[in-house]
Write a protein that binds this ligand. Structure first.
Ligand code: BTN
Length: 246
């Protein structure tokens, strides 16, 4: 595994994608940066992180024969790698907020941005960007955000944490090597069982800015969020179609 360490870059995802367009990179090439000037979040948001305090990195995952229709499984594998790893570090009350925010209690501690490079109906490679709040303790204007230090009181060594986390990610991706899909299905079930606000009355906002109530009851194989509305009817929503408010 090669780890490219940068002092500063706009975004490790953008850097890794540009590098990939120029040179052949091995599976699990990693780019980490001390500072990002244009860190990217999901849905065009900005990922802010105090320089030198947190992990901001991207991992290249190459695939031989991975159908685009299974792409949600990549989100599940990466979310569960983070979940299991943070659990080993005794971070309490871990939840995955659909599709792939990692929360401790009500506080977001990590975000994942996956950008897939396609070739026909296959995913050729994925650039998996992870922002994990580690030693930062001030999050000025960001509500419901926390870090491992704020939760555990301990400072962690960023490079050590990165290396051990990459091992956990590698182990998770090994699930895809097995011909038998049982482990993948079990992981999806585990993902669903640790979903934030599962089966709890919740408020959502739809694309038309309308608020509505419902219960998160399931996630489909394609990664759609299944919500049971107050009248008992189930509806599926894609990422751009809904926002969970509380
Ligand atoms: C989100 O929660 O919205 C996703 C945040 C992903 C942030 C990481 S930091 C490293 C990588 N490079 C980026 O520009 N974004 C991801």
């Amino acid at each position: 595994m090669q780890i490219i360490k940068l002092n500063a870059t706009e975004s490790t995802n953008a850097y890794l994608k540009e590098l990939l367009a120029e040179v052949a990179l091995k599976d699990f090439t990693v780019v980490m940066a001390r500072e990002q000037s244009k860190g990217r979040g999901q849905m065009g948001t900005v990922w802010e992180s105090e320089p030198g305090k947190n992990l901001t990195f991207s991992v290249l995952k190459r695939f031989d024969n991975f159908l685009v229709s299974n792409q949600f499984m990549i989100n599940v594998l990466v979310s569960m790698a983070l979940y299991e790893h943070l659990k080993k570090l005794h971070i309490p009350d871990l939840r995955v907020k659909w599709p792939n925010d990692i929360l401790s209690g009500h506080h977001k501690i990590a975000g994942i941005l996956i950008e897939n490079i396609l070739s026909g109906d296959k995913i050729q490679s994925s650039v998996i960007g992870i922002g994990l709040n580690v030693n930062q303790i001030h999050f000025n204007n960001l509500p419901n955000v926390s870090s491992l230090k704020l939760i555990s009181g301990k400072n962690l060594d960023l490079e050590e944490l990165l290396k051990s986390l990459l091992e956990t990610m590698g182990e998770m991706f090994d699930i895809l090597k097995s011909k038998n899909s049982t482990k993948g299905n079990a992981l999806l079930e585990k993902y669903k069982s640790v979903l934030f606000r599962k089966d709890k009355p919740s408020t959502f906002r739809n694309e038309n800015d309308e608020l509505f109530m419902g219960f998160i009851t399931d996630v489909s194989q394609e990664g759609k969020l299944i919500i049971t509305l107050e009248d008992g009817i189930k509806k599926e929503f894609g990422l751009k179609e809904i926002k969970l408010l509380y």
